[in-house]
Design a protein around this ligand. Structure first.
Ligand SMILES: Nc1nc2c(ncn2[C@@H]2O[C@H](COP(=O)(O)OP(=O)(O)OP(=O)(O)O)[C@@H](O)[C@H]2O)c(=O)[nH]1
Ligand SMILES: [Mg+2]
Length: 316
């Protein structure tokens, strides 16, 4: 296995080198930071674990990374929390970066959805840039009572397209089709609204792969719609949305005794055989892994004049 280290952490630039040099301190910072990102669900059932194991074997084409971005306090974490656990917390805890994984079995096939919940304060700009490169699907959140947050969401969209275009070697962003949903959250604060829905619709008119939804994570309004629209644009199974699959129960996997569990479920869910669970104790893939993904996507691996392979990955 090659030795690797992160070398520079100045804004918008991260370097990965195949050397054991003095850059270890930077890597150590990354690791201690990531140690805080481990997320635990606690009471995982045997059935959950069976599904999680199946999810680990999901083929690459069924594995996707969703990145959620936006200004601080707009409700990114609240939206993720509604999606994963149908919970809402009135208290605000700033996010550094959280990583979640949801595993599904849909029509017999395993799927994996990784969710990266980012910080609105973006303390590490290079990490944000890395999330643009490694993300497959994006949710850009603003709050309907904050014009600055809306402007930031639009800026983020442009930065993602620019970054993805650069990776793909495209001169124009127009041909890019990156699945994205712009979300106007806190729709329950109608009396404080400063961004009109019509304005956003106009802004994204004619833009491929981009949808707009207003939601309220607090009142649980339209959060499901956000994910449904995103999965639809990305051509992923609609069953990945919480309203379209069952959360697995201990007796469900490998048995036919699921009927009792179906009581009280919506007809849509009853009709579906899809099931899903949040994987417990998932650690965020290392920055090194992300950098290798970025390296592949940006095609930045070079061969030096003496023929040696340079693994320098420039995130800029
Ligand atoms: N009224 C209302 N409040 C909300 C809604 N969604 C989130 N909040 C509240 O807004 C505050 C910020 O929510 P978070 O989800 O933590 O915001 P965030 O975007 O993740 O913030 P950072 O992690 O700092 O980037 C919290 O106090 C939430 O309870 C909503 O739909 N309506
Ligand atoms: Mg947050």
């Amino acid at each position: 296995m090659q030795n690797g280290s992160l070398t520079a952490c100045r804004p918008w630039k991260l370097y990965f080198q195949n050397t054991d040099n003095d850059s270890k301190s930077c890597l150590a910072v990354g690791q201690s930071h990531l140690a805080c990102l481990c997320w635990s669900l606690g009471n995982a059932t045997a059935a959950d674990m069976a599904l999680v194991e199946q999810g680990d074997s999901a083929p690459p084409e069924n594995c996707h990374r969703l990145v959620i971005l936006g200004s601080a306090k707009v409700g990114k974490t609240a939206i993720v929390s509604r999606f994963l656990a149908n919970k809402f917390d009135e208290n605000y805890t700033p996010t550094i970066e959280d990583f979640h994984r949801k595993i599904y079995r849909i029509r017999g096939a395993p799927y994996r959805l990784d969710i990266l919940d980012t910080s609105g304060n973006h303390p590490f700009p290079a990490m944000r840039r890395l999330s643009f490169i490694t993300g497959d699907l994006f949710i850009l959140v603003y709050s309907i009572d904050s014009r600055e947050s809306f402007e930031e969401a639009i800026r983020l969209r442009e930065q993602i397209l620019e970054c993805k275009g650069h990776c793909a070697g495209l001169k124009s962003q127009k041909t890019l089709d990156i699945p994205m949903v712009i979300v106007g959250n806190k729709a329950d604060k109608e009396s404080e609204r400063v961004v009109e829905a019509s304005e956003v619709t106009k802004q994204i008119e004619g833009q491929h792969g981009c949808a707009f939804v207003e939601s309220s994570a607090k009142k649980s309004v339209n959060v499901d719609e956000v994910f449904l629209r995103l999965f639809e644009i990305a051509k992923l199974p609609s069953e990945m949305s919480p309203s379209m699959h069952r959360r697995v129960q201990p007796t469900y996997i490998g048995s036919t005794s699921g009927n009792n569990q179906r009581k009280g479920m919506s007809i849509r869910r009853k009709m579906s055989d899809a099931c899903g669970t949040v994987a417990p104790n998932v650690r965020r893939p290392s920055i090194r892994t992300d950098l290798l993904v970025a390296q592949t996507r940006t095609g930045r691996t070079k061969t030096s004049p003496d023929g040696a392979r340079e693994s320098k990955c420039l995130i800029q």
